[in-house]
Design a protein around this ligand. Structure first.
Ligand code: F6R
Length: 615
């Protein structure tokens, strides 16, 4: 939540920062602001609403040109989305500017203290205290990095801070605790951002910042220290995607592009993980095989869409490894005192790698002595850094707030982990593993086929634009897919959408069925456990008899469902456990089209932010 950019170099800082903010707008979009150092002073502009409002303001009232600057796009926590609460925040003399992501928990006490000393604070934010504290500390040490270290030692909570001071014109300083910040290192220039997307057009050389570290950026050097001033090791890495990956590439929305990228994303997640003999090699899983053999249960923690991936993974893990597997919302996990130990394997799934709830859950698991494996899409992010091992999903940057390709690749990664556990624990024979791998290798083409046949789904979505409610039903792995379909519709179309286990219908939700209510039903393969298929066919009949308009997602060749489907969406035949990889795609397209038809912002749905870095 909140996107931050900092720049020092030879280019126009304003141009670099605003371009960076455009790339980060997915992180928060209720207000935006910038500050540049120019002509010995500091000039700032900020505006409530989307970045476009700020751009208009900058056009109407241009700021002076300077080559050091910072910027922010906000997702409000303390104080509503107003011009005054927008970042940057300045001290009373207007010499220091600061932008912030996170929550400073002790800000009220700090504010009272500052006000007692005569400072006047004008916003309702927790951030403004930092500008005033920095100004005070700078007045005695004349060094912004040192002032930042002193201030950070007084702050409680989670924060990324980036600041600049008119008396140190070629310096930008950043700090992080429990909140993301990466450094980009160019030729005679350096960048700070919440996400590499902000500077990928300028450099692919990045530096990870550790927990409780302060970074000082100058044109020719990057210096990292701990909050206590101790020198820190600089951990550089190369970003393996380029600027084009973070562009819309001709699509109207990032979400459409990301849906279309799924065949490649799925293939990339498998790449290099299967050896010539068809066995799995997961190099990034740095937990020793002997330890994996000792595991007595698996616990998956995640939020939102990633949680749904975890729910599906449970079916595969239990089926292929015979290990008990629990799946838990990360936000609930540590508060119920879960039973964990040295033989529990905790899998934390997160696209961003920065979700605070998931991070806290994994920290709790490690405190209990459990091993943690992260499944993550964002290189160098906090969750993989704090885990014992990581499996990257290689989906490329996901910019649209609603997760699509990250979900499919999380599923692939989960299947790989499940198979790997089966391989090292000997619960799956080599030829069985090779057979699943073959099936997984065919998924990319299957998703491609689904995408080619989506026009009727789009037309159907448009025809339902004035509906209030859509229900989703599934059984077995189709149940989490139903939840995911409903989540996509809620977040994008702002409709009442509910996912149910089809078997639960008769225990209450069937009362919701009324004339012409659209109900999407995920039908398991008739070639798998036919009992599942038969049961869902009965469920479809039950709801249709009560007036529901049935939208049936069933595999090619499944004729048993055809008489009961008002709309039939065909998906390629896959083994039951892998069906979510193809069955989810029409639901993504459906939600995206419905949102468009209702005039909603597809990439930036209201009230949401891509990466949820507060609890
Ligand atoms: C929904 C969505 C969210 C995220 C959730 C977890 O489309 O994107 O539900 O899945 O916030 O985010 P990550 O995976 O970054 O931890």
């Amino acid at each position: 939540m909140c996107g931050i950019v900092g720049y020092v170099g030879a280019q126009s800082a304003l141009d670099v920062v605003v371009a960076g903010l455009k790339r980060l707008e997915y992180r928060g979009y209720d207000s935006a602001g910038v500050a540049v150092l120019a002509d010995g002073g500091l000039a700032a502009a900020k505006k409530a609403g989307k970045l476009i409002n700020l751009e208009k303001e900058l056009k109407d009232r241009p700021l002076p040109t300077g080559s050091t600057g910072i910027g922010h796009t906000r997702w409000a926590t303390h104080g509503g989305p107003t011009d005054t609460n927008a970042h940057p925040h300045l001290d009373n003399a207007g010499r220091v500017a600061v932008v912030h992501n996170g929550i400073i928990e002790n800000f009220a006490a700090l504010r009272a203290e500052l006000e007692e000393r005569g400072h006047e604070l004008s916003s309702e934010t927790d951030t403004e205290v930092v500008a005033h504290l920095l100004a005070e500390e700078f007045s005695s040490c004349a060094d912004l990095a040192e002032a930042m270290r002193l201030v950070c030692r007084r702050l409680e909570g989670a924060f990324t801070l980036v600041a600049t001071h008119a008396d140190q014109p070629d310096v930008v300083v950043g700090a992080r605790r429990n909140s993301p910040l990466v450094v980009g290192v160019g030729e005679g220039e350096a960048f700070l951002a919440s996400d590499v997307a902000a500077f990928i057009a300028h450099t692919r050389s990045a530096v990870e910042l550790g927990q409780d570290q302060v970074v000082e950026l100058r044109r020719d050097r990057v210096t990292v220290t701990g909050f206590d001033g101790s020198p820190a090791e600089v951990r550089a890495y190369h970003v393996d995607w380029d600027a084009s990956a973070a562009e819309k590439g001709g699509y109207d929305y990032f979400m459409l592009k990301e849906i279309a990228e799924q065949p490649k994303a799925v293939a990339d997640t498998l790449l290099g993980r299967i050896d010539a003999g068809g066995s799995l090699t997961l190099d990034e899983v740095r937990i020793d095989d002997s330890e994996l053999r000792e595991i007595d249960k698996v616990v998956i923690v995640a939020c939102g869409t990633a949680f749904h991936a975890g729910m599906i993974a449970k079916y595969a893990i239990e089926h292929w490894t015979r290990l008990p597997c629990e799946v838990e919302l990360a936000s609930e996990f540590r508060y119920r005192d879960p039973i964990l130990g040295g033989q529990s394997l905790v899998i934390a799934i997160s696209q961003s790698g920065e979700t605070m709830d998931t991070l806290m859950a994994l920290r709790h698991a490690r405190e209990q002595g459990s091993r943690v494996l992260a499944i993550c899409n964002t290189n160098g992010s906090t969750i993989p850094r704090e885990s014992d091992a990581v499996l990257y999903t290689h989906a490329g940057p996901e910019v649209a707030v609603a997760s699509t390709k990250a979900f499919l690749t999380q599923l692939v990664a989960c299947y790989l982990v499940a198979l790997y556990l089966g391989q090292v624990r000997g619960t799956k024979w080599g030829d069985e593993i090779r057979a699943v791998i073959r099936d997984l290798s065919g998924i990319s083409a299957a998703v491609d086929r689904v995408l080619e046949t989506m026009e009727p789904v789009r037309a159907l979505a448009r025809s339902l634009a004035d509906k209030d409610t859509v229900l989703f039903l599934g059984r077995h792995v189709g149940y989490p897919v139903a939840l995911e379909g409903a989540l996509k519709l809620k977040e994008l179309a702002y409709m009442h959408a509910e996912g149910f286990a089809a078997g639960e219908l008769k225990h209450g939700p069937i009362a919701l069925i009324e004339e012409d209510l659209p109900v999407v039903v995920l039908v398991p393969s008739p070639r798998g456990r036919s009992v599942l298929h038969d049961k869902i066919v009965s469920n479809i009949q039950e709801i249709r008899a009560r007036g529901a308009r049935t939208i049936v997602i069933a595999e090619e060749g499944d004729e048993a469902v055809a008489p009961y489907a008002d709309h039939l969406v065909r998906i390629p035949a896959t083994p039951t456990l892998l069906q979510p990889l193809v069955a989810t795609v029409p639901l993504q397209v459906f939600a995206c089209e419905l949102a468009t038809a209702r005039g909603n912002e597809v990439d930036q749905p209201r009230n949401l932010a891509k990466s949820v870095t507060v609890e």
